[in-house]
Write a protein that binds this ligand. Structure first.
Ligand code: AMP
Ligand code: ZN
Length: 432
């Protein structure tokens, strides 16, 4: 059940000593880069006396990474670099991340560890539906799965009918898929006359790369008849393989022999007491090409208290609630898109997709939610639909404290993308 028993179950105090040694080695490597050569100039050569002392060091943010493009964070001779990936990105300089051969080997091993922990074995057939290319989701899992020794189908996302053909004819047992794409793909089964629970051999899905609620996970599990495990990562650390659910699905073990986590208040930057929710900050412990010290992920979560019954000692983070920069302020009320998703998915008549738009109407913020219905409900009477609409409005109002405009739309009518889903459009032109 463990890929690396001694590392995964290392006694806490020993793990912390191990982390301190790794953190000091990581700081020493980081200082060879132009950025940290300056930013950490005052750090004594002897390094830190305790992990807690990391708190004294400056954060690294996405803006520094951008400013450091292209080589400001490179800590090794360029000849040692064997690969580059880039974060899915907004505007401006992309954030590029370099890897040495050692970094790639560590990453493969972490993915193998994650997959193994949920029961994937050599006899499985793995269909990787994440994008291949600069995005880390596809290639990262690909090599990890090969490392584990499982037959890997590098199909990538999209081309849904072919995707289903492979699932069926190769007897795929394990998939890696965006949660939004898993729901979209399910829309093809009725037309192909396939019942995924009866006609496919799927038993495990890895879902991640974008925020999703527990309700979406359950929906995916129910449609496909499998177990869906939450996989968290970000290109700046490596990609997927940073934190992962074990068989118990009660939070994601953050691999603390590779990354040191802190949770901070996103506004003040202060370290929060263990268990409180805030922004996840990560320090790489083993990365060679591009060590990052106190990197602000922008992701909101908390560290779950207590040990996990699975025996792994690495602490668990809660499912990511959203990004600190996703928060919407609607007429002064703060809310996260994931709250809307959670509410919608708890209503059985709601289908697989939704879209959130915010705009200014007469100087006020208007929150509009377009909701796909499921196939049976869509054919209901006008009176039934009106009743349903009123219910969606009431439940969203109760959850958010804001009254939305709700539009019920046809199944599969809202846009889907091959990459991470974009479901929030803030059309207030910078005024929000
Ligand atoms: P990228 O580096 O482009 O792959 O994007 C990484 C970001 O994707 C993270 O910082 C998170 O905001 C988001 N992300 C990745 N995995 C998850 C997950 N399992 N749940 C929620 N958000 C995720
Ligand atoms: Zn566990």
């Amino acid at each position: 059940m463990y890929w690396e028993l001694s590392l995964e179950t290392m006694e806490r105090r020993e793990l912390e000593r191990h982390q301190l040694r790794l953190a000091n080695a990581s700081l020493a490597r980081a200082r060879r880069s132009p950025h940290y050569g300056q930013a950490l100039a005052r750090l004594p050569e002897t390094g830190l006396a305790s992990l807690r002392a990391l708190e004294e060091l400056p954060f690294t943010g996405k803006s520094e990474l951008r400013a450091g493009f292209p080589y400001g964070f490179l800590a090794v001779d360029p000849e040692e670099v064997v690969r580059l990936h880039s974060s899915s990105g907004t505007t401006g300089n992309p954030t590029v991340v370099y890897h040495t051969r050692g970094d790639i080997a560590d990453w493969e091993n972490l993915i193998a560890r994650c997959m193994y922990s949920t029961g994937v074995r050599k006899k499985d057939v793995f269909q990787n539906m994440m994008g291949y290319g600069l995005f880390t989701g596809g290639i990262g899992f690909h090599y990890g799965a090969e490392r584990l020794g499982v037959m890997t189908i590098p199909i990538g996302p999209g081309n849904s009918k072919r995707q289903i053909w492979f699932l069926q004819h190769l007897g795929t047992t394990v998939i890696h898929i965006l949660p939004s794409y898993a729901l979209h793909l399910a829309g093809y089964f009725p037309e192909l006359g396939i019942d995924p629970r009866r006609d496919l051999k799927l038993r495990i899905a890895f879902i991640g790369a974008e925020p999703h609620s527990e309700a979406i996970r359950r929906k995916i599990e129910e449609i496909y008849g499998l177990k869906a495990y939450n996989s968290y990562g970000l290109s700046e650390m490596c990609g997927p393989g940073v934190a992962f659910e074990c068989l118990l699905q009660n939070g994601l073990h953050l691999w603390e022999d590779h990354f040191y986590p802190e949770i901070i208040d996103p506004l003040s930057g202060r370290l929060l007491p263990e268990g409180e929710e805030g922004e996840l900050v990560l320090t790489t412990l083993k990365r060679e090409a591009m060590p990052l010290i106190r990197y602000r992920t922008g992701d909101l979560t908390r560290i779950l208290p207590g040990p996990c019954p699975c025996g792994r000692t690495h602490r668990r983070i809660e499912r990511i609630k959203g990004r600190s920069d996703d928060m919407l302020i609607i007429n002064g009320v703060n809310l996260f898109p994931i709250q809307i998703e959670k509410t919608l998915m708890a209503i059985p008549a709601v289908g697989r997709n939704y879209l959130i738009e915010v705009r200014k109407v007469d100087h006020m913020d208007r929150l509009e939610v377009k909701v796909e219905l499921n196939e049976d409900v869509f054919r209901g009477t006008l009176a039934e639909l009106e009743k349903l609409q009123a219910r969606v409005v009431a439940e969203l109002r109760a959850e958010l404290g804001v009254s939305p405009v709700v539009k019920l739309v046809e199944p599969s009518s809202l846009p889907v993308s091959e990459g991470k889903a974009r479901r929030v459009y803030d059309l207030r032109g910078g005024l929000g």
